[in-house]
Structure formats: C-alpha cells, structure tokens
Design a protein around this ligand. Structure first.
Ligand SMILES: Cc1ncc(C[n+]2csc(CCOP(=O)(O)OP(=O)(O)O)c2C)c(N)n1
Ligand SMILES: [Mg+2]
Length: 662
C-alpha cells in the first residue's frame, strides 16, 4: 500500500474542525472523543475500511460501529467527508437539533449508514459481536465471494468498563471472531476525570485472558496506527487495538482533560485550536483539496463493490442471497397444516413446549433463523433439530450457546438483526429479562425484529421460588415502546405468536411462556387471532354482565370462572389478550366489539402486578376488577401457589358477584 503521509493530517483536522464547530453551534455535545480519535479514524476510513458511500446498504460492506456513541460527531464527519448523501453539511450545522439526522447520539433509524444506535456505553461493542457472528455465519453459508467483511468498532474507556463488556468479549473470544477489531480510545479520561479515579484494571490482560489478540499504538502516529491495524487484520483472534490518544487533541488549553469530554470548547478556545491545528477555514467549510482527498477514500470501496456485484451476478444463489439479506421470509410451507393439526388434536402442553414445536417447523423452513439460549436450552426449549450448534469450528451452525450472558446474548442478537440476513431468537427465564432489559430497549428503539423467548413466566414455575418468579416483568416490558409482548394461552396461540414474531420487520417480540402444562383452548385455526392482539375466546351464554380479560396461563382460569358465573345466570365473556400492543393497534370498531363500552364489568386476570390493567378495566364510568399478584411469590408447587395467591375460580367468583351487586 502506498500512503500519502502529507495529506492525512489535514484530513484528520477536517474531522476535528467539524466536531468542534458543530458542538459549538449546538452549544452541546462531545468534542473530545472525535478530536482524539480523528487520526485513527482517518487512517481506518481512508486505507482499511471497505465501504461505498453510494451504497450504504451494500451487503458485503465492512461494518463500522461507533460504540462510544457520545462521540457522534466523529461518525457524522466521516460520513459527510467521505461522500455519503447524508448527512449533508446542513445536517451537520443542525447537529442535535430536532429534524436533523445528526442526533445527539448516532441513531440507526435516522441515517442509513449508521449501523447501530449507540450511546448506552458498552452495548455498541456488544452488538458488534453479533455483527461478527452474522458475518461468519453468512460466509459459511454463501462463501467468500458473497460474504467477506470485517466489523470495526471504536470504543472508549466507558465501553470497556461496563459489565456487559465482559460478557461480550468472552463470547467473541470463545467464538474466535477474528474479523472483529475493536479500536479502543485509550485516553485515560472519562467524565469525572482521570480513569485513575475509578479503575486500576489491566484491560489488556483481561482481553488476552478471554482469547483476544491485543496490540497498542500511538493513536496520533499514522505509521504506528497502520502497523497495529495490519497486525490486527493478520491475527486470527478478535483484536483489541489500544490507541493511545489525547482527548480533545488540538485544543491547546483543554486537551488531555475531561473538560473536552462533553462541553463546547468555547469560541476563544476553538479559535486557538484552529491556530494550533493550522486550520484557517471558517466553521463548516472544508477546503476543496481536503474534501477531494476525503471523497477519494470512497473509491476503493466503489471498486470493491463493483467487483462484488459481478460475483453476485454470476452466483447461482444470487436471488436467494438477495432475498435473505433484504429480510424477505420464504413461504412458510407446512405451517397452515401445522396449525390446523393443533386445532384438531388439542394438545395439552406447556407453552414453552408449544414454542419448541412451532420452532421445529419454522426453523426448518426459515434458514435465517438462528437460535440460542443463555444456558437454559433445556428449559427454554429453543433448540430444534434444524439448528445445529454454531461454533468456532462450524459457523454454519444455527444455534448459539450464549452461556450465562443474558445481556451479552441480547446485545449480540441486536447486532445480528442489524447486520441482516439472520433472524435471531434467544432464550432465558422471564425474570432475567431484567438482566438484558437495556438491550431489549435497544431492540425496540433500533426497530429490529429480534425474538426473545422467555419462559417460566409466573409463579406457575413453582418451586424455584420468588427469585425466579416474574411478577412485575410483563407490565414493565409492556411499558417499552415498540416491543410486542406476547403471552399465548395454548399451543395454537403459541404458534400464532411465533408466526407474528418472525413476520415483524421493524420491532422486536418477546414471548412469555409457561413452564407448566396448559390445556388447549382454541379449536379453530382458520384465522391468526393473535394478530388482533385480543379476541373473544368464549362468548357469554346468559346475558353478558362480565368480560374477563386474561393472558397466558390465566385464560384457562378465566374460562373456569366464566362457567361458574354462568351457573349463577351471569353471562361472562372471556377475552384472550396475548398481545396488548397489537390490540391497541386495532381499529376502534374491533376494540369496541371485543370490549364494548357500557355497563359491563371488566375483570383482568394475570399472574403478575395489576398496575396497568386499569387501562382495559376502568372505563366508561365503570371501575373494574384486577386480579393479579402485587407481591413477590413463594417457593412451592405451582398448584399450591395459584391457590395460595387466589388464582382459583372459588376465590375469584365471589369477588365478581360482590362487585356486580354493589
Ligand atoms: C450506560 C451508560 N452510562 C453512562 C453514560 C454517560 N456517559 C457518557 S460518556 C461517559 C464517559 C465515557 O468515558 P469514555 O468512554 O472514556 O469517553 P471519553 O471521555 O474518553 O470520550 C459517560 C459516563 C452512558 N452514555 N451510558
Ligand atoms: Mg476515555
């Protein structure tokens, strides 16, 4: 490679200038990180990264993830300078303003070339592990000609200090993801000041201990950066490249201090930095020769992209590959038959088993599905005959043993989904949704169709006791926008929910499934009623006085209650509500039909907190009844617990009749 040493410094200074000027204009933002990493990023983008600014969706591009998302101006500057259509210089002038795609932190849904939403420290790097898994898997399936790219990450001290970093690098080291290269902005500074305030960890030793290759470089010396990048690319292991940098490099009075981390430098200091850097262009103006140099960096990728397109054109599986990376599902062969069979055979089984049965059919027809579990494979029932293990020796496998790394698993699944070409699903106990909640939130924010398989969804798990019994989880997950929380009531509903989950293109789904057996409740598979979110499972025979709304294992109970009420001449509907979010999206007439307004008592039944159920039960002047569990559970057999906590017809019927008579 021939390197034009002379021009790298002005190119890097263009990044610095845009960063400090945009932060100045917004009067908020983080200039330190982009200024400190400008040299490293310039070498990476101009000589190593495989990208084509004209085709941000090119399937075989290298992925660049700015895990240190607070340094968002770095990626905005790189994208603009190298010639992407967006962000424009106008977008950058409007950094951090409503309507600009240059948001405070990089958002994958605002700029096509932003691969992942970052800012919650540690998660960008952890998602990158998923990107790297997806790349190796698709490479194993489609070969070097179509899939052969790297995942580059810029991470800060914060990303490496967060607990999730341990999970992420452990998984990456174990899977020997050699195409994952992490550039660590090793600047010894965080918000509070020197890293000496809070850590004395030997980060390099920790990475080495988890199977990573570690190399260091002077992050302000282009030759040294190249040496380190070359070494990282040559090594078979994932690499940590510790780039020794000075935060805010170029700001004469503030560089090297936390003052540059998250505040504008101030007009005077910006002027001094211009002098120091030898940068005399006005704010937001890039000298033509520097811009030309930057625009030329896209040429390498343009060429590579053209060659790749030729290979794709000649590939027998071109159509299949293109459909797959664009997220198109194949025809679900045998699926209608499968559901019809459930409706007629009326199996009694736990919904986790029902999920396994559905998955067995789906994973056979949908090769993009990659499963896994955080060490609860036998409990979550996530493994099927079609999903052989994905290991360092066989990336073509489709089942990841994530280990006891719920957060790492979930972040990796986000990365896999963002990469494209794979549909990740992974399991743990519902109670441990808390261990991965920040990643579930990012699935929803990033609009990716990850599927969370969360079993042991109530006190119905029994003997493991309150540490393992979710109580507040369902409602707290329903509080996350853009997440479908699904709690099916029987095998058919479970199949329907799975069908819906894999059909989503821009939101994640979470299936809450039972450990204990459930009877079949639905005997007609002609329409996917779960798609409505809620539907009338049982219609009142006597004059309707009560509507019970139940989810999952409590649907069976609601039917028992309804039958007891009918015995007293009280007509009772049972509405099964597997997915409140989907119900809320239904047209008003449908919702009115299922939950008619007027003087009918509404009762919610769910073995979890009642908070939130008032939305469906307290309407039209009627205060309904909420049957739930507003306390922690207890250790014991499931049936005993349901009885103890009032989940029986005997306990519920009198509450309803009392309510009706006053
Ligand atoms: C999970 C999480 N916790 C806290 C923050 C707030 N925060 C943003 S940047 C930062 C310091 C990060 O330090 P470092 O990664 O070294 O960045 P540098 O100061 O070197 O740019 C913190 C605490 C965050 N964004 N995410
Ligand atoms: Mg730092």
């Amino acid at each position: 490679m021939s390197h034009d040493h002379v021009h790298l410094a002005p190119m890097a200074n263009a990044v610095r200038a845009l960063a400090m000027d945009a932060v100045e204009a917004a009067n908020s933002g983080h200039p330190g990180m982009p200024m400190g990493m400008a040299d490293v990023a310039t070498v990476l983008w101009s000589e190593y990264l495989k990208f084509d600014p004209a085709a941000p969706d090119w399937a075989d591009r290298d992925r660049f993830i700015l895990s240190a998302g607070h340094g968002s101006m770095l990626i905005y500057a790189l994208l603009h300078l190298s010639g992407y259509e967006r962000p424009t210089i106008e977008d950058i002038r409007n950094f951090r303003q409503v309507g600009s795609p240059c948001a405070g932190h990089p958002e994958n849904f605002l700029l096509e070339a932003v691969e992942a939403t970052t800012g919650p420290l540690g998660q960008g790097l952890a998602m990158s592990v998923g990107f790297a898994i997806a790349e190796r898997h698709l490479n194993a399936v489609y070969g070097d000609a179509l899939v052969d790219h790297r995942t580059w990450v810029i991470a800060g001290d914060g990303c490496l200090m967060e607990g999730i970093n341990h999970e992420a690098i452990g998984l990456a080291g174990h899977l020997k993801l050699g195409r994952l290269n992490v550039l660590w902005d090793d600047n010894h500074i965080t918000i509070d000041g020197s890293t000496d305030l809070s850590t004395s960890e030997d980060v390099r030793a920790r990475y080495a201990a988890t199977g990573w290759h570690v190399v260091s470089c002077n992050g302000h010396n282009a030759d040294d950066i190249r040496r380190a990048l070359d070494e990282a690319m040559a090594d078979e292991r994932p690499s940590l490249i510790a780039c020794q940098t000075v935060i805010g490099k170029g700001s004469p009075n503030k560089q090297g201090t936390s003052k540059t981390h998250g505040s504008p430098l101030g007009a005077d200091e910006v002027a001094l930095a211009r002098k120091t850097l030898g940068w005399d262009s006005p704010a937001f103006e890039i000298p033509e020769d520097v811009l030309r140099q930057w625009r030329a960096t896209g040429e390498r990728g343009k060429q590579a992209h053209a060659e790749w397109r030729e290979r794709l054109g000649a590939d027998a599986r071109a159509d299949e590959f293109t459909a797959r990376v664009s997220g198109k599902l194949p025809e679900l062969a045998d699926w209608a038959e499968y559901k019809a069979e459930l409706a007629s055979s009326k199996p009694k089984m736990a919904s986790r088993k029902a999920s396994e049965a559905a998955l067995s059919v789906l994973t056979q027809t949908v090769p993009a599905m990659i499963g896994g579990s955080a060490d609860l494979t036998g409990s979550n029932n996530t493994k099927t005959p079609s999903t052989t293990p994905l290991t360092a020796d066989s990336y073509d496998g489709r089942y990841v043993y994530y280990g006891i790394r719920e957060f790492g698993m979930s972040a990796a699944m986000n990365g896999m989904a963002l990469h494209g070409g794979v549909i990740p699903f992974g399991g743990t106990f519902l109670v441990f949704a808390d261990y991965c909640r920040p990643a579930i939130r990012l699935s929803a924010l990033q609009q990716v169709p990850v599927v969370y398989v969360m079993t042991h969804d109530s006190i119905g798990l029994g003997e493991d006791g309150p540490t393992h019994q979710p109580v507040e989880h369902l409602q707290s997950l329903r509080a996350i926008p853009n997440l479908l929380v699904m709690r099916p009531a029987d095998t058919l509903e479970t199949a329907e929910c799975w069908e819906l989950a894999i059909q989503q293109t821009d939101r994640p789904s979470l299936l809450a499934l039972t450990r204990q057996n459930l009877p079949a409740l639905r005997f007609d598979a002609s329409e996917n009623l779960c798609a409505r979110g809620a539907y009338r499972l049982r219609a009142a025979t006597a004059e309707r006085k009560v509507i019970m709304i139940a989810t999952g294992s409590e649907a069976e109970l609601a039917i028992a209650v309804a039958e007891a009420l009918e015995g007293q001449g009280i007509g009772a509907d049972v509405v099964s509500m597997p997915c409140a979010e989907l119900f809320d999206e239904q047209p008003a007439e449908y919702r009115e039909d299922v939950l008619p307004s007027g003087n009918i008592l509404r009762v919610s039944i769910e073995a979890g907190i009642t908070m939130g159920w008032e939305r469906y039960t307290h309407t039209g002047g009627t205060i309904g009844l909420n049957i739930g569990l507003d306390r922690f559970g207890a250790s014991g057999p499931a049936e005993v617990l349901f009885e103890k906590f009032g989940f029986t017809a005997q306990a519920i019927v009198p509450q309803i009749t009392a309510k009706l008579s006053n």
